[in-house]
Write a protein that binds this ligand. Sequence first.
Ligand SMILES: NC(=O)c1ccc[n+]([C@@H]2O[C@H](COP(=O)([O-])OP(=O)(O)OC[C@H]3O[C@@H](n4cnc5c(N)ncnc54)[C@H](OP(=O)(O)O)[C@@H]3O)[C@@H](O)[C@H]2O)c1
Length: 274
Amino acid sequence: MKMKQIRQNLAIIGVGKMGNTLIDSLLRNKVVKPNQIYGTTSREDTASQVKEKYHINAGLDNQEAVSRSDIIILAVKPQMIAQVLVEIVPALNDNKFVISIAAAISTSFIEGKLNKNISVIRAMPNIASLVNEGMTVLCPGKFVQEEHLEIALEIFGSVGEVEIIQREELMDVVTALSGSGPAYSYMMIESLTDGGVRMGLPRELARKLAAQSVLGGAKMVLQTGLHPALLKDEVTTPAGVTIDGLMELEDGGFRVALIKAIDRATQKSKQISK
Ligand SMILES: NC(=O)c1ccc[n+]([C@@H]2O[C@H](COP(=O)([O-])OP(=O)(O)OC[C@H]3O[C@@H](n4cnc5c(N)ncnc54)[C@H](OP(=O)(O)O)[C@@H]3O)[C@@H](O)[C@H]2O)c1
């Protein structure tokens, strides 16, 4: 993946799992240089660790990070967002813009707290960004300009695929589907592995076969553009092995369980958003 270099400085407020993932990928893909990043955390030892690991600027002072940056990425837990916004407001102006990756926090909530015409983009990445196979959905707030969206596309495009949606109410579904999606695939891989072990395969081998099959199936869907049902039909021989496996999945309510998982997780995201 060839990414364009960004010349602006980036503040990453909250260098936890997602903050680290972004820093790692942005540097690995040469989207920014280490001296363009200022990361913050709430602990001195974490700040020292990321400084040493990535050679970026890092510290505990969110205002300092914001005043030295053009793009502010909010990567703290949702419950910390309001407090962080109050802290950084004095250091923000119209030349800077904010990208929030916090689940269930709306652009209007952030715009309201900032009380300035600052561009706010809501992003929902997922943890697979760590291996450059992330899926991020961006949703622009009221004051976003095209150039800001383009920069956000560069940033999240460095860690995987990116889509833009305008209807922010759909971000709850996005959170339930691609935000939580890696967890569902972990559970599927774990269960397929157990099935292989039950039938006599060594665990390591079973895990590899399960994970690679899920990866391969996903690539087939994305690269051929064919409907998954058609791809399934193509590998299902009459009176063969696969149809028996599929019959068990139908019997266990596999499809309905997944549909209901997205329904339930979306409701939870909506509830947290309120
Ligand atoms: N993990 C995912 O798969 C995922 C996917 C999509 C979106 N998100 C969103 O990403 C955000 C971060 O999630 P995460 O999983 O990366 O959480 P995390 O690992 O707990 O990271 C949060 C970081 O924020 C730091 N922090 C806490 N208070 C702070 C403050 N006042 N100022 C600056 N930094 C502060 C913490 O530092 P200390 O550890 O030093 O306290 C920690 O490093 C969340 O809003 C979440 O909804 C996560």
